[in-house]
Structures are given as C-alpha cells and as structure tokens.
Design a protein around this ligand. Sequence first.
Ligand SMILES: [Zn+2]
Length: 154
Amino acid sequence: MSQLSSAGSSGLTSRSSQVGVLSRCWCGGAITTYTSKTDENPYRRFYRCVVGVKEKKEKPMFRWVDDALLEEIRIVESKQNQLLEDLKNMVTNNVELQKEMVREMEEKVEKNMIEIMRQELMDAKESMENSNKKRICVLVVVAVSMAWLYGKMI
Ligand SMILES: [Zn+2]
C-alpha cells in the first residue's frame, strides 16, 4: 500500500518535470519519435521511450509531439515572462541608479554650497576687516579731533 503511494508520488514528480520536448524518458531510456497509424490520429507523431517499447512491464512513456511542442512554447513563454520580470527589475534598479545619481548630484550641490558659503564667509571676513579699517580710521579721526580739542583747551 505504501509502495503504491510512493510510486504514485514519484510518478507525479517525474511527470511534472517531464514537460516540453524531451530528450530522455524518466527511466533514463532514449526517446524515439514514431508516427501514429491509428484512424483517430493518422500520421500524428508521438514520442515513445525505447526501453518502454521493448519492455512491456514498464509503464509506457507516451507523448504527442504537437502536445510536447505546445508545452515547449508555453515553457518559452514563461521564460519570456521571466525575462520581462527581469527587465522590470532592471528598470527598477535603474530607478535606484537614478536615485543614486540624484543623491550624488545633491552631494555635489552641497559641496558647491559649502564652497559658496566659504566664499561668502571669506568675503564677509574681508568686509569685516575693511570695516575694522574704517573703524580704525574713525578712531584716528576721533583721536585727532580729541587731540585738537585738547590742544584748543590748553
Ligand atoms: Zn522509459
């Protein structure tokens, strides 16, 4: 009973992995293409396991070629979808890259701002020094006038 269920599950896994155009049977045997001679499917081509054909006891592996091709197309389609998904991811990564670039730009602007600020500060310092000179001039004028006043008082 347990043997049966395990065989059934293994059959399921092998079936799920056996999609599309096959090159080998799940038993490891080579696959050959035959042409159907039945009235139902005249000249319809199908795959058959070579070992399965020779040995009657094996569960025969059988697959119509057009079915397999359809499956193959579906596999290719899903791969295409995966590619599309990858492309989408790449685009999102590109957005990330753009964000990175914007961040770098902002950093550069920030650096420029710092440079501008430094320049402003230097200018301010210079003008402050100028104003100090002016203050010195004022002080000199005041001192001279005070001296003049002092001299006049004497
Ligand atoms: Zn086989």
